[in-house]
Design a protein around this ligand. Structure first.
Ligand SMILES: [Zn+2]
Length: 275
C-alpha cells in the first residue's frame, strides 16, 4: 500500500499489509481463520476479496478499515497528519479472549491458590525485568519471555512466609487454544525474536510462526513480511510504495539484523498459527 501523505496511514499500511500478504498467499486457510477472530478481521477479509476481484484498490480497502476504526474510536484513529499507534490498532483488531488459564502454587510446600488466572491473550506487551536483561545480554528471546509470562508470578507463598521462608509462587498453566494471530509489542533493543513459538495443547505441539515485524522511528512505520516458507520482504509505504523488496531467507539471516530495518527499530511482532 502506498502511504497517504494527507492522512498519515503507516500504522495501517504495516499492520494490515502484513495480514493482507498472509491472506493473499493462502486464501483458504486465512479466510477461515480471520472470520473467527473478530468483526474487524471479518471485515478485512471481505475487503481483501473485493481488492482481489479488482473492485477496490488495496489502499481503498485500507481506507475502509480505517474509516470503521475512526467511527468506533475517533480520537484514537485520527485523520490528517496524525498517526495512530500499532498498540491501538492491535487492541481494536484483536479480541480480549483468553487462551490459557492457570493457578498459583508453591514449589516448596505445595500450597495451591484456587483462584483461576487468565494468561494468554492475542495481544501482549512485553516488559523485561533487570534480571532478565542481565541473564541474556545479547537479547532476550521472545519464546523465553512468553514462558516466563505464563509461568512466573510476583507473589510470595503465604504458608512459607509463616515459617519466615521467602518462596515465590509459580503458575501452573494450561494452554487451551493458540490464538490464530498474536501481536506482541517488544522492548526492541533487548529482545531477540524467536522464529517460532511452541505451545503444548493437550499433548499436541502447536506452532506459531513469526510472520511480520513493524518498525518505528521519526514518526513513520515500516515493516517486514515473512512468508510461510521463510522469505523476508521489506516494505515502506513511502519509499517502496506498492512493492515489497525481497531480502533473503529468514534461516540465513542473523536474528539480530531483524531488530532494525533501514534506521528504524522493531516495535511489534506478528505471530501466526502455522499453515
Ligand atoms: Zn510455600
Amino acid at each position: 500500500m502506498v502511504w497517504d501523505a494527507a492522512d498519515y496511514s503507516c500504522g495501517y499500511d504495516t499492520t494490515l499489509g502484513i495480514l493482507a500478504n498472509m491472506w493473499m498467499h493462502n486464501i483458504d486457510v486465512w479466510s477461515e481463520r480471520f472470520c473467527i477472530i473478530g468483526p474487524y478481521f471479518l471485515y478485512w477479509t471481505l475487503l481483501l476479496r473485493q481488492a482481489r476481484a479488482g473492485q477496490l484498490s488495496l489502499e481503498g480497502a485500507r481506507d475502509s478499515m480505517r474509516a470503521r476504526m475512526h467511527t468506533a474510536r475517533p480520537i484514537e484513529f485520527p485523520y490528517g497528519p496524525n498517526g495512530t499507534s500499532i498498540d491501538r490498532i492491535a487492541r481494536i483488531l484483536l479480541p480480549e479472549t483468553t487462551h490459557a488459564t492457570g493457578h498459583r502454587w508453591c514449589p516448596a510446600c505445595g500450597y495451591q491458590d484456587m483462584e483461576v488466572y487468565n494468561l494468554l491473550e492475542p495481544y501482549l506487551c512485553t516488559a523485561l525485568s533487570d534480571a532478565q536483561r542481565a541473564a541474556y545480554p545479547t537479547g532476550f528471546p521472545v519464546s523465553e519471555w512468553l514462558k516466563n509470562h505464563l509461568s512466573s508470578t510476583m507473589t510470595g507463598c503465604p504458608v512459607c512466609r509463616l515459617n519466615t521462608h521467602r518462596i515465590r509462587l509459580q503458575m501452573r498453566y494450561k494452554v487451551n487454544t493458540v490464538p490464530p494471530i498474536m501481536i506482541i509489542t517488544v522492548d526492541c533493543g533487548n529482545m531477540l525474536f524467536s522464529r517460532s513459538l511452541h505451545f503444548d495443547v493437550d499433548g499436541t505441539m502447536i506452532v506459531s510462526r513469526l510472520r511480520g515485524i513493524i518498525y518505528g522511528g521519526s514518526a513513520h512505520f515500516t515493516s517486514r513480511y515473512i512468508s510461510a516458507h521463510g522469505s523476508v520482504w521489506f516494505h515502506d509505504g513511502i519509499t517502496t510504495a506498492r512493492n515489497c523488496v525481497e531480502e533473503g531467507h529468514i534461516d540465513s539471516m542473523d536474528l539480530h539484523s531483524l531488530t532494525h530495518a533501514r534506521g528504524k527499530t522493531a516495535l511489534t511482532l506478528i505471530y501466526a498459527l502455522e499453515e
